[in-house]
Design a protein around this ligand. Structure first.
Ligand SMILES: C[S@@+](CC[C@H](N)C(=O)[O-])C[C@H]1O[C@@H](n2cnc3c(N)ncnc32)[C@H](O)[C@@H]1O
Length: 268
């Protein structure tokens, strides 16, 4: 009996030693560790904003199935080159204007003032996930802002490096749980706005899956982003999140708690 326990013990030790030999395992390329956002799911947070702010109009770039468009209960303008609207994307709204085209084409061909003569109350920008496109979407949207406009941006807080590449690379992803998440490189909007638009009021929220940014204090007359566009693009185009450092990014752009009462955020 004692002998067989001893054999069992030796067997276990040998297996443990074998497992601990790192060279036996295939080498995994290091992608930085997760730190999933812990707050309110972004769509639920957007709903809270709709409920609290009761906007009289809503503008959305990047609509897809219409899950976020559905939250708006006011006159809405929505832009997407390929709508895949589902269920109740139109909700109870009387007026929804759909533009099936890229956002650049929309801004080149239409004037938002025709739909929102007093300016945009609430916008959600979630179209093409390249930073220069989001920069143009933001800058074009700002031209139709008023002093209380709220603009929200999606996907600016990736939880690892590989989802923040300019290409989706779904088939070459290493991290399985987030294999289908793609933020592109719109995270660059945060350092860009800090550097070029310190006048904006930017709140970064810990909304899963990849953060939600709220921008206020917009200025319809500001030419800064338009004038500095080429400079910004050449400065940031080749910077990757790996170069910038995801830990540095988290440190310099910490998220606020989305579960905090909304009134605190809106009152600031
Ligand atoms: C992540 S989905 C939007 C999801 C939606 N806002 C939601 O939260 O449920 C991104 C959408 O952006 C659209 N898109 C891609 N390029 C665009 C562009 N240049 N202008 C506007 N929309 C674009 C895609 O067709 C896609 O439907």
């Amino acid at each position: 009996m004692i002998r067989s326990r001893l054999t069992l013990h030796r067997c276990r030790s040998a297996i443990r030693a074998l497992i601990n030999q790192k060279s036996l395992w295939p080498r995994r390329r290091k992608i930085s560790a997760h730190r999933f956002h812990q707050g309110i799911f972004y769509r639920d947070y957007l709903k809270r904003l709709h409920d609290a702010c009761r906007p009289s109009n809503y503008f959305e770039i990047g609509v897809d199935t219409g899950a976020t468009l559905a939250l708006a209960r006011c006159r809405a303008v929505a832009v997407d080159p390929k709508f895949r609207l589902k269920d109740d994307a139109l909700g109870e709204r009387e007026e929804t204007f759909l533009f099936q085209m890229a956002s650049d084409d929309f801004f080149a061909r239409y004037d938002l003032n025709a739909f929102f003569p007093k300016g945009i109350d609430f916008a959600f920008l979630d179209g093409e996930h390249h930073f220069e496109q989001l920069l143009r979407d933001l800058s074009n949207t700002e031209k139709h802002s008023h002093h209380k406009t709220i603009v929200t941006l999606h996907d600016c807080c990736p939880v690892n490096i590989e989802m923040a590449n300019r290409e989706t690379n779904y088939d070459r992803r290493i991290d399985r749980p987030t294999r289908r998440w793609w933020t592109g490189d719109v995270w660059k909007l945060l350092p860009i706005l800090r550097e070029f638009r310190g006048d904006l009021d930017v709140t970064i929220l810990d909304c899963p899956p990849t953060g939600l940014v709220i921008i206020r204090n917009l200025d319809a007359d500001s030419e800064v982003l338009t004038n500095a566009y080429e400079e910004i693009v050449s400065q940031y185009r080749d910077v990757t999140l790996r170069d910038f450092g995801i830990d540095r990014f988290r440190e310099e752009f910490p998220t606020s708690d989305s579960r905090a009462p909304l009134t605190n955020m809106l009152a600031d």
